[in-house]
Design a protein around this ligand. Structure first.
Ligand code: ATR
Length: 284
């Protein structure tokens, strides 16, 4: 039930039906007893500008932005923070003094996920091997460098896109082709997959994990399935793994705090709720 005092937010995308953000924010609204709503709204690309200009009229305090609007939203919104400006993409929009502001919390969500899963972990001085050079990769690379990563070997099918990231982020980024992954495996502390290649059970980009050091960590930002083939292979090899669902949960923290005024905690209970929505047989 909404009344005039309720704070309202939503997630916009096209299509939007698959989004699990309402489940995450709904869980927190209930947990913290906040008078608020978080819904999903399908917004066609040609209606994105008018959606933003009428947010206040619609009674919205902000919104999350997902595929395919993240880049276009960064062009439409004038008040971008450092992160959003640098990566040219936003996922979190909020009204402040009647003006629209936006940021990207994807990189932060990625890093918080690893830091929470591995309490002794620090990105400082690390060598990263990242596969994929799309929008998510950009957000993650930016945050990794902010957190002191030493270098990022960036493997992509279309090498020009990895080269583009080197232009933006500098020479700590080393663009490589997919065929060169093997040569970089023995030197990396963290292997990250950001490509959609293994999505929903499709075959992953082949990686010979036997070439990784024993103390290397493997993570995948894909969370459908909850454990991708890459994660399962790494687990079977006895490596430390971090699954992708935590990134989705952690990227949501900042938006919730901006709109509703409470910094929510990512708990085991929340993880299980969303994991069961993806795979009803999930056992913690
Ligand atoms: P996101 O916002 O999730 O990063 P994106 O910007 O569409 O999505 O990027 C998708 C990434 O997955 C890209 O790195 C893409 O490689 P290309 O730049 O060469 O297109 C990668 N990708 C998707 N499907 C792939 C496949 N079957 N094999 C290799 N790479 C794939």
């Amino acid at each position: 039930v909404t009344d005039s005092k309720a704070i309202n937010s939503c997630v916009i995308g096209w299509p939007i039906s698959h989004s699990r953000s309402p489940l995450i924010h709904g869980f927190w609204l209930q947990k913290y007893g906040i008078d608020g709503t978080y819904t999903k709204r399908a917004v066609e690309p040609e209606n994105l500008a008018s959606f933003f200009s009428s947010m206040k009229e619609k009674g919205l305090s902000g919104c999350n932005v997902t595929i395919p609007h993240k880049e276009q939203a960064a062009k439409l919104i004038t008040n971008l923070d450092d992160r959003a400006r640098r990566i040219g993409s936003v996922n979190t929009v909020y009204l402040q003094d009647s003006a629209l502001h936006a940021t990207s919390t994807d990189g932060e969500g990625f890093c918080r996920n690893i830091e929470t899963a591995l309490p002794d972990w620090s990105f400082q001085g690390k060598s990263i091997l990242m596969i994929g050079a799309g929008g998510s990769s950009r957000a993650i690379a930016d945050e990794l460098l902010r957190r002191g990563a030493n270098r990022i070997a960036l493997a992509n099918r279309t090498i020009a896109k990895a080269e583009q990231l080197r232009l933006v982020f500098g020479k700590q980024i080393e663009p490589i082709g997919l065929a060169e992954i093997g040569n970089h495996l023995p030197h990396c502390d963290l292997l990250v997959n950001t490509t959609s290649a293994g999505l929903a059970g499709a075959s992953d980009i082949p990686v010979d994990l036997s070439r990784l050091r024993e103390d290397a960590v493997v993570t995948d930002i894909v969370y459908t399935p909850l454990k991708t083939q890459l994660i399962t292979n790494a687990e079977n090899r006895g490596l430390r793994i971090v699954t992708g669902l935590g990134m989705l949960l952690h990227q949501a923290v900042r938006g919730f705090e901006l709109w509703f005024g409470v910094k929510p905690v990512v708990t085991e209970e929340l993880y299980t709720l969303i994991a069961r929505d993806i795979d009803p047989g999930y056992q913690p």
